[in-house]
Design a protein around this ligand. Structure first.
Ligand SMILES: Nc1nc2c(ncn2[C@@H]2O[C@H](COP(=O)(O)OP(=O)(O)OP(=O)(O)O)[C@@H](O)[C@H]2O)c(=O)[nH]1
Ligand SMILES: [Mg+2]
Length: 475
């Protein structure tokens, strides 16, 4: 949808989640918002007055009833607020109606709002309007989704910092110095005879390094950390049947989530749950024990386990310390290395409460240099150390990191930052090799455009659609 078309219409949606609740909110934005409210709302103080005669003061809450205009039937007792443009979420006229939190009531009121001239809002359309109308840049719009979706405190702090504009300001500062450099280069293009005096390559290189390439590289370096706290990590527990994988899942969740029995092959499907380790969301996946089988259901489960293996950030390879090591253990370990070459690995010797089998003193070296921990999913020995180790392995031990104080890019930003950095590096090498100023100007512009993508100035419509589709309706 183009910007003018987007802004012509008045949109409405239920802004609260489905299902019964204390209150439910309907949100309306656009030119007809006030007219719609005047048509549907009957203020309590003016029972007898025609609703349209009543005039709303901006940003004031009014108590009254929503009535169906055709039948004059009351629908619900509500609080309503009209917020006049431009000091609103979307910068347009906005109306919010707070009614009782019944989905039927909300639907009924919404239907009246549509009949009165609004159309249904698409996901994220209120925030998209705030962006298109220039109240917030794209990084702040993205922060709104992150704030809603955050699962842990550090994730929330990252989102809040971004909503406050930390990332936008950092990008703006880098752009400002690149624009300064581009101005110098343009003068040199206009006065070709004097370009050697206008451009001072050493000082330009210094500015690029200090004010653009350096800060860009630092932001890129923090992106992986940000991803860990925003999206979390995926940890898959693998091992042959009966080694205690489901028991470990239950220990970590502190509840009896998965069935545990002495029968090998108990778990058939993958079971996925999320825990919070010091603010890091950890998606733990228990899998079917891997072995050769002709049994169709078990085979399907093993296939699923293998698929999870490929995508895991960390694989917990579990062994039963009370039983001999088997060929199956070795084969599985080899396939973990083969099918997930990039992820991290941790070997877990489980059942250490039982008598340890002699193999584990003699043959465990075959499992290479991967870190090894001894645990008991029965007595819980070593479980706390295990969560501590997972945290350290995934964060590089950066327990002191303060997510609220830095601008941490997401993957989309990281990609654009990398491209901007590459363009800056081309500027530097161009200066070193005395390339003509027009070629330097092209690279400076490329860096500026990639940074423009981050804040939404040069972002394509497709990318915008992808971003706003992630929102819920009503936001
Ligand atoms: N003594 C002892 N027994 C354990 C320990 N962990 C698990 N078990 C027992 O080992 C058996 C198998 O445990 P599960 O957690 O079902 O093993 P699994 O790896 O999920 O097995 P499958 O789903 O069949 O692949 C159960 O009888 C558990 O009670 C442990 O640390 N010590
Ligand atoms: Mg199991």
């Amino acid at each position: 949808m183009t910007a003018p078309e987007l802004l012509e219409t008045t949109i409405a949606a239920i802004a609260t989640p489905p299902g019964p609740g204390g209150i439910g909110i309907i949100r309306i934005s656009g030119r007809r918002a006030l007219t719609i409210l005047q048509l549907l709302f009957k203020p309590h103080r003016l029972q007898s007055a025609a609703p349209a005669d009543f005039s709303f003061q901006s940003h004031h809450m009014y108590y009254g009833w929503i009535i169906a205009p055709e039948s004059n039937e009351p629908i619900d007792e509500v609080l309503a607020v009209y917020m006049r443009a431009p000091h609103t979420y979307t910068t347009e006229d906005v109306v919010e109606i707070q009614c009782h939190g019944s989905y039927l009531v909300l639907q009924e009121i919404l239907a009246q709002v549509f009949s009165a001239g609004a159309r249904p809002a698409s996901p994220g359309e209120f925030t998209k309007r705030a962006f298109v109308n220039g109240r917030i840049d794209l990084t702040r719009a993205e922060a709104v989704i992150e704030l809603i979706e955050a699962r842990t405190r550090p994730g929330l702090k990252l989102a809040t910092a971004q909503l406050q504009g930390l990332l936008q300001q950092k990008i703006a500062a880098i752009r400002e110095s690149l624009i300064g450099l581009r101005a110098v280069v343009e003068v040199a293009i206009d006065f070709p005879e004097e370009d050697a005096e206008i451009i001072d390559p050493a000082s330009m290189q210094h500015t690029i390094a200090q004010e653009a390439a350096g800060p860009l590289a630092a932001m890129i370096a923090s992106a992986d950390q940000g991803k860990i706290f925003r999206e979390g990590i995926s940890v898959v527990i693998l091992g042959r049947p009966n080694v205690g994988k489901s028991s470990l899942l239950n220990c970590l969740l502190k509840e009896d989530r998965a069935l545990v029995t002495p029968v090998p092959g108990t778990t058939r499907d993958t079971i996925e749950e999320c825990i919070n380790i010091k603010g890091m969301p950890v998606h733990i996946i228990d899998t079917a024990g891997i072995r050769d089988t002709d049994e169709i259901v078990e085979e399907m489960g093993i296939e699923r386990a293998r698929a999870k293996l490929a995508a895991a950030d960390l694989v917990l390879m579990m062994l039963d310390a009370s039983a001999p090591l088997t060929a199956a253990d070795h084969q599985l370990y080899a396939s973990i290395k083969r099918e997930n070459a990039t992820g991290k690995r941790l070997l877990l010797l489980n059942k250490t409460d039982l008598k340890r089998h002699a193999d584990f003193d003699n043959k465990i070296d075959a499992f290479g240099d991967d870190p090894l921990m001894q645990i008991s999913a029965k007595t819980l020995a070593g479980i706390e150390e295990l969560t501590e180790t997972i945290f350290k392995m995934m964060t590089g031990g950066s327990g002191e990191w303060d997510p609220g104080s830095t601008a941490v890019p997401n993957l989309r930003h990281k990609d654009a930052l990398n491209k901007a950095l590459a363009a800056c590096n081309r500027v530097t090498s161009g200066l070193q090799n005395n390339l003509p100023p027009d070629l330097i100007a092209i690279e400076l512009q490329a860096a500026l455009d990639h940074l423009g993508d981050i804040v939404g100035e040069t972002t394509s419509e497709d990318v915008l659609d992808i971003i706003f589709e992630r929102f819920c309706i009503g936001k």
